[in-house]
Each structure stands twice: as C-alpha cells, then as structure tokens.
Design a protein around this ligand. Structure first.
Ligand code: HEC
Ligand SMILES: [Cu+2]
Length: 348
C-alpha cells in the first residue's frame, strides 16, 4: 500500500517534470522570448561562446565516455568469481609508458582548451568598433539598471532598447554603488559593472524580440529581483522609440484636476530628490528616470508589471514587491496616492 502510494507520487512528479521540460522546449521553439537560455544564442559574442562551450563539452564528454567506459569494462571483466579462488591479481609497479601517457595527454588537452578559450575572448574583446555603433552607458544601481544614450540624449531604466541591424551596440558598464554583472545569456557573456572601473561589451542581435537577463553578481538583498529586459527593435520601431524618449514629459491639460494634484504631490514630496521627470522640477538621480515611465512594461527592474494597480501598491509600500528596496514607503494618504498614480500614468 505504502509502496504503491510512493510509486504513484513518483509518477505524478515525473509527469510534472516532463510537462516542465515540454514547456521549456516549447519556449525555445518560440524564439527569443521568455527564457534566458545560453543554448539559443542570438548575437555574435553569444554565438562564439556557445560554439566554444560545445567544443569544451565535446572534449570533456569524450574523456568521460572513455574513462567511464574503461572503468565499467574493468569492473565487469575482472569482477570476483567463485571459480577463480581467492588469489591476488598480478601487481604492477611503475610503467613509464602508461605514466607518460596519462601525464602528457591531459596537459595537451588543457593547452588546447586554454588556447581556444583565449582565442574566443580576444576575438570578442578586440573586434573593431564600427563608426555606426550605438553607444549606451549602463549604470548598475542597487537594484535596478540605468541606461543612458549619450548621443541621443536619452535616459531610461531597466528596459534597454537597441535596433536590430548590422551595427552593434556598445555598452559601457559603470556602477553607482557595488559590483553588479550584466548578463543577457542570448546576447553575450557576463560582464561586471565595477565602481570606478568602466568595462565594455558589445552585442549585435539581428532578430527583433524581447531578450531577458539578470544581474549576475550578488549585489545586496534584492539582487534576485534585478532583472533586465532588452528589446531588440526593428529600425522603424527603434526610431519611433527614440523620438518618444527624447520628448520632455507629457503635460496634462490644466483642467485635469487629479493629474495636476498628483503632479503637485510629486513635486512637493521627497520623490523629486530621487527621480527625474524631464521638463519639471524633479531632477533626482538616485532612482529611475520617470519621464517616460509608461513606455516601460515593468517597474522595479522587472519585479512587477507596469499597471496602475501595481504602481499604487508600489508607492504605498515598495517592500511589497521588493523587500529591502532602497525606495522608502512615504506614508501618503490614499487620496494622495491615487493622485500620484493619475499623474504617473500620464508619463508616456
Ligand atoms: C530615497 C529615494 C526615493 C524616493 C524619496 C522615492 N523613490 Fe521611487 N524609487 C527609488 C528607487 C531606488 C527606485 C528603484 C527601486 C528598484 O527597482 O530597486 C524607485 C522606483 C520607483 C518607481 C518605479 C520606476 C521603474 O521604472 O521601475 C516609481 C514609479 C517610483 N519610484 C515613484 C516614486 C514616487 C511617486 C515617489 C514619491 C512619493 C518616490 N518614488 C520616492 C527611490 C526613491
Ligand atoms: Cu545587481
């Protein structure tokens, strides 16, 4: 009885696992969306790293098969047999050939692995930067990403937009506080954002879509909720996005009372010390730029979708989505929060 129950629970777990695997492979089949997989590279550096990882897997896999195979063969072939009695097998001490072989072959393999890895690292790092490259400065903050496009005069947060084209995007990686690491597995390797030590990396995705990533260096309590979204836009989408981001913040019609009241709350509370809304008195730099807040699909570095309900819950109690977040709960009245949300949702 006991046994039957455990068997059925195992089989139900297997079903769940198989369902999960089917979901995973289905998500791969869908293209770039949904799963940040190193197995579906979509940009030159990611392709090169993927090729290298297959090569390393081939070599180490062959070693595993040869060593495991020999071991299995020996265990079976020379197992204890009743008929052969108790005598010890022949003892062999020191064989120059065998010892040379198992010293030299691993050394050669390590040299080959080292050289191929070094070649890929340098090929990626030393790739000449074309004049048409797009420059983006990425600043890691506890626990969100700031993206600045110096040539385009754009500042945004958490959702990076790049054009799908032959021109690569060069990311200059900085940090405002502690170490972070920029990692979008389908687009490139991990590169750390280190205070006072700018790093650089580049990506050149050709297929439009959404690519997900994650801060890959523990940076504090909310590190796990420091997600990254990279939108690879068609050239037309990108131009439209740039045009919208370059506008100053939307101005509401003066007769819209709730919005005007919300703006007043925003500008008279500490919000302005930490947030920028271009074209207003709010010029804080500690938190994300809110000028085009509503052009983003998520808030709080992917911790919640960007809906009026979530904005409300966020302002009321940021810890609700991200315990330990560096935005304080401001103890505002329900009415003030409603007004703030009315204002924020005009910022397209
Ligand atoms: C002490 C600085 C500080 C103050 C004051 C502050 N915020 Fe924030 N705010 C932050 C930080 C930091 C984040 C990013 C949190 C994260 O994602 O980890 C943030 C995130 C946000 C976001 C989400 C933005 C996005 O794109 O993810 C909104 C909306 C927001 N704040 C609105 C407000 C409003 C409204 C007020 C005033 C009532 C306010 N904040 C006051 C620091 C602050
Ligand atoms: Cu981080």
């Amino acid at each position: 009885m006991q046994r039957r129950r455990s068997l059925s629970s195992i089989s139900s777990r297997l079903t769940v696992l198989l369902g999960f695997l089917a979901g995973v492979s289905h998500a791969f089949a869908d293209g770039p969306q949904s799963i940040p997989s190193i197995l579906a590279p979509a940009s030159t550096p990611a392709h090169e790293i993927y090729g290298l990882s297959l090569f390393v897997l081939l070599i180490t896999g062959s070693i595993f098969v040869v060593v495991g195979g020999l071991l299995a063969y020996v265990i079976v072939k020379f197992r204890y047999r009743e008929s052969e009695g108790q005598h010890e097998p022949a003892q062999v001490y020191g064989s120059v050939q065998v010892e040379l072989a198992w010293t030299v072959i691993p050394i050669l393999l390590v040299v080959v692995l080292f050289l191929t890895t070094a070649r890929i690292i340098f090929a990626i790092q030393d790739a000449p930067k074309p004049a048409s490259a797009l420059d983006v400065t990425v600043v890691g903050h506890q626990f969100w990403w700031e993206f600045r496009y110096p040539a385009l005069n754009i500042v945004t947060a958490n959702e990076l937009h790049v054009p799908a084209s032959s021109a690569p995007t060069y990311l200059r990686l900085l940090s405002a506080d502690v170490d972070h690491s920029f990692w979008v597995p389908q687009l490139g390797g991990k590169t750390d954002l280190i205070p006072n030590h700018p790093n650089e990396m580049w990506i050149d995705p050709r297929q439009p879509g959404l690519y997900l990533g994650q801060c890959a260096q523990f940076c504090g309590v909310e590190h796990a909720k420091m997600l990254l979204r990279v939108y690879v836009d068609t050239p037309e989408q990108f131009t439209a996005w740039v045009k919208n981001q370059q506008q100053p913040a939307a101005q509401s019609a003066p007769q819209d009372n709730a919005v005007a009241a919300g703006r007043h709350v925003f500008e008279t509370q500490a919000c302005v010390n930490c947030h920028t809304v271009a074209g207003t008195a709010a010029v804080g730099r500690f938190g994300p730029d809110l000028t085009h807040l509503m052009s983003r699909a998520t808030i709080a570095a992917g911790a919640a979708t960007n809906t009026p309900e979530n904005l409300r819950a966020w302002i009321q109690e940021p810890d609700h989505f991200k315990p330990g977040v560096l935005m304080p709960a401001m103890q505002l009245s329900d009415e003030q929060i409603d007004q703030l949300v009315a204002y924020l949702t005009t910022l397209h």
